[in-house]
Design a binder for this molecule. Structure first.
Ligand code: AMP
Length: 638
């Protein structure tokens, strides 16, 4: 590959003001959940979930449009039963969704068929899911501002790995409406893995098993060079802890001899004294108790104030719900099979399994997951908070608070230049050291040989002129370049570094549109001391590197001219007299010899000599090809 000409300089955003390193910024991570939401931050370098004034960490994701304004959280939830049409729960299921999609979910709201996204008809008029989510986010922002005593500089908000562009954009819009500066949307499973510090762990495959109140998600991630990539997702959007509660209620009704179906008339004896909601909440209490004790009793109030207590062992509970656990395993196996397909023959080395969601506290769930994966799952962090914690860690890093050996990567500049290897083992710097993040730069390159259909792209980092002296970040190949004469192809190579220091390199051949790309984390595995060393050697070797560069450039040029002359001789050598041919052969021999030496000026002189010595030959070839073209025309015009 050789550099063609400098094409474009594009900076995708204005460089922000350099942060004062002594001032910590207020950064938060938000887990915007279907049922509950949380906000977390880092205090004294430790992540913690921010509680409200009553000491509650979880904010129910419920918004009520009441006569007196908007209620969010617990107080809204308490009114859900009496004012269902104006009390919006599980709005996450509607984010970025159209009217038809929303109808399918058979929700208790009056839906409005608005262009783009569905709306909900409430007392406050039609509202979009974005507005409803914004209310939840605003409440969390206010909670955080109170706790951190000031404005929030930036937030990371988590979304399910399977969210599409519309759902992600809707989440961003909601955050903006809530007055939040979104540093990044982060996939929930990735956040959980980050909370456990797995992003600095061994490369390989990670599974995140997330069983909440109403949903089950399984995600298979691959960690490569410090970057998590989601390679498969699966789950069941209507399977969660609530189903376990329902099982218990059904069981209790049977046990109490009140019938074996949930049928209005048979339940009337219970219904007079106990609401369905109360039964479910009692079942939930018993279920949660059984996670830490072998037995519990379910209390059911019957008519006439008769209360019955039905004892239940953990064993029995596990038997009653084993099919629900099995359902999650089925989806997990399917996701693993998809992950294997995605890896295309690469072995699936599972490094760890992370547990997320309150329902993973159930011992039978932990055992089943352990048996399936053959690994002890990660349960050290609170499964309700782990996503918010991961988001907070990421947010803290993105605003530039992180300290320690790797803090340079979190500054908003590039510490070492990023370049690409060109012919002769030379480095063409694409993004210079100290460029402000985020940044994108594109340069145009071309092929070296006639008919070259593939191009090797070697991404390097460092200040040296030779690729062998720089750090290799990754290689990929651009294939399918249409065969063209050397130097005719136009291949644009783009380097883009996002706010997190993640580098994406893509190569695109302009006429055919063929493309190839990789993503790497240039900071991965790089110590502070190594950076200093690389910078120092860059300065110390600047002069010798420059001489080496000139030499190699001339050698590449010599090679190119020799190749071209050989091709010309092969096709049109018959145009030359014996004397002319001998002279050209001698000039080629001289250039071949000189190019093996280390005198760049001598090579240059030999290149110029061969170029001058073949000038007449080039003219003769030109005449011949014009003649051929004219002949062709005559024939065709006859
Ligand atoms: P999440 O959506 O992640 O907040 O999870 C909520 C679900 O976790 C609810 O169904 C809870 O009943 C369930 N849960 C919370 N704690 C426990 C526990 N100790 N044992 C069993 N389930 C629990």
């Amino acid at each position: 590959m050789i550099k063609k000409n400098f094409v474009a300089l594009l900076q995708i955003s204005e460089p922000g003001e350099t942060p004062d390193p002594h001032q910590r910024k207020r950064a938060i991570g938000i887990d915007l959940g279907t049922t509950n939401s949380l906000v977390a931050t880092l205090r004294h370098a430790l992540p913690e979930v921010i509680e409200d004034h009553l000491g509650h960490a979880l904010l129910p994701s419920v918004v009520r449009f009441s006569q007196d304004g908007v209620q969010v959280g617990q107080e809204a939830m308490e009114q859900a039963a009496v004012d269902p049409k104006n009390t919006i729960v599980s709005v996450k299921r509607l984010m970025g969704r159209g009217f038809a999609d929303a109808l399918e979910q058979s929700l208790p709201y009056d839906l409005v068929d608005a262009p783009g996204m569905v709306q909900l008809s409430t007392r406050a008029g039609p509202v979009s899911p974005i507005q409803v989510s914004a209310e939840i986010l605003r409440k969390l922002r206010e909670r955080a501002e109170l706790a951190l005593a000031g404005d929030i500089d930036g937030a990371v908000i988590t979304v399910p790995a399977y969210f599409d562009d519309a759902q992600r954009q809707a989440t961003r819009d909601a955050a903006q409406l809530a007055g939040l500066n979104v540093l990044r949307l982060l996939n929930e499973p990735t956040a959980a893995a980050v909370a456990y510090g797995l992003d600095t762990g061994a490369e390989g495959v990670y599974a995140v098993y997330d069983l909440g109140g109403g949903t089950f998600d399984i995600s298979i991630l691959r960690l490569s060079r410090g970057v998590f990539e989601v390679i498969a997702t699966g789950g069941d959007s209507s399977l969660g802890g609530d189903d376990f509660d329902l099982r218990l209620v059904e069981w209790a009704i049977r046990e109490a001899g009140l019938g074996d179906t949930i049928d209005g008339s048979r339940l009337s004896e219970i219904a007079q004294a106990t609401t369905w909601r109360q039964l479910l909440s009692e079942a939930r209490r018993v279920k949660e108790a059984l996670s830490s004790q072998p037995m519990a009793s379910m209390h059911v109030v019957l008519s006439g104030d008769n209360e019955i207590k039905i004892p239940l062992t953990r064993e029995r509970f596990e038997a009653l719900t084993s099919d629900l656990v099995e359902k999650t395993l089925l989806a997990t196996r399917r996701a693993l099979a998809d992950a294997r397909d995605a890896l295309q023959g690469e072995p699936l080395n599972l490094e760890a399994v992370v547990m997320v969601g309150g329902s993973t506290r159930m011992p039978q769930v932990r055992q089943a997951v352990k048996a399936l994966f053959g690994l002890e799952p990660f349960i050290g962090l609170d499964p309700d908070k782990v996503v918010a914690i991961g988001a907070a860690l990421q947010a803290d890093a993105l605003v530039g608070n992180k300290t320690g050996s790797d803090d340079w990567l979190l500054l908003d500049v590039i510490p070492l230049s990023l370049g690409v290897e060109t012919m002769g083992g030379l480095v063409e710097k694409v993004i210079a050291r100290n460029a402000t993040l985020p940044i994108a730069r594109a340069q145009e390159f071309t092929t070296f040989k006639d008919g070259q259909t593939a191009l090797a792209v070697h991404v390097v980092q460092g200040e040296r002129e030779l690729a062998s002296e720089c750090r290799s970040l990754g290689r990929f190949e651009l294939r399918g370049i249409p065969p063209m004469p050397a130097g005719a192809a136009r291949i644009v190579i783009t380097y883009q570094v996002d706010a997190d220091g993640l580098l994406s390199v893509s190569a695109c051949e302009q006429t055919s549109g063929v493309k190839a790309a990789i993503t790497v984390k240039p900071a991965y595995g790089l110590e502070d001391s190594q950076i200093t060393e690389m910078l120092q050697s860059g300065f110390a070797k600047a002069e010798t590197d420059m001489l080496e560069r000139r030499l190699r450039e001339q050698q590449v040029e010599a090679q190119r001219l020799l190749d071209a002359t050989r091709v010309a001789l092969h096709h049109d050598g018959d145009l030359l007299s014996t004397d002319d041919r001998t002279q050209i052969d001698a000039l080629m021999d001289r250039l071949t010899q000189t190019a093996q030496g280390s005198d760049h000026q001598a090579i240059r002189a030999a290149v110029e000599a061969l170029a001058a010595g073949t000038e007449t030959f080039a003219m003769q070839r030109m005449n011949r090809s014009i003649q051929r073209a004219l002949n062709g025309q005559q024939i065709s015009s006859l």
